[in-house]
Design a protein around this ligand. Structure first.
Ligand SMILES: [Zn+2]
Length: 142
């Protein structure tokens, strides 16, 4: 397994991503929605991997939502870095990782554009269960 560490710039949001795929062999996606384009987001995921998101100060975590409002776009309120898109139902949760937030960002290939217009909530959930990474979001006790 390959382990990638990262997070936001100020250290409030920490990412630990474990995946069977090496950085150079990863298919990197550039979602073409208006939000991702404003961040120049490049995302990766692997359903056989694990993603742990640790939040030091929950007051500085923005769970930005738009459109269908079923996904939390995790952004640090202090430093503004977008680290992950996260979707949960019951006790299942899946997320992707923004390559730009990983320390090893330079090792990943160029992204391919991804257009997801027209998906409904269930369509998003089903696709993400297949393609995203099982994730945990842990808020550290104050
Ligand atoms: Zn931050």
């Amino acid at each position: 397994m390959h382990e990638f560490h990262g997070g936001c710039h100020c250290g409030n949001l920490v990412i630990d991503y474990t995946t069977p795929t090496a950085a150079a062999d990863t298919s990197v996606r550039a979602c073409q929605c208006s939000c991702c384009r404003k961040h120049d987001a490049r995302s990766v995921s692997n359903p056989a991997g694990r993603l742990a998101i640790t939040v030091h100060d929950e007051n500085l975590l923005e769970r930005y939502r738009f459109g269908l409002r079923v996904t939390d776009y995790l952004i640090c309120r202090k430093c503004g870095v977008y680290v992950s898109a996260y979707m949960a139902r019951g006790d299942e949760a899946y997320a992707n990782v923004m390559v730009n937030a990983l320390d090893a960002r330079e090792l990943f290939p160029e992204p391919a554009p991804l257009v997801l217009d027209g998906e409904d909530e269930n369509g998003k959930w089903q696709r993400r269960r297949r393609q995203w990474t099982p994730a945990t979001l842990r808020i550290q006790a104050p």
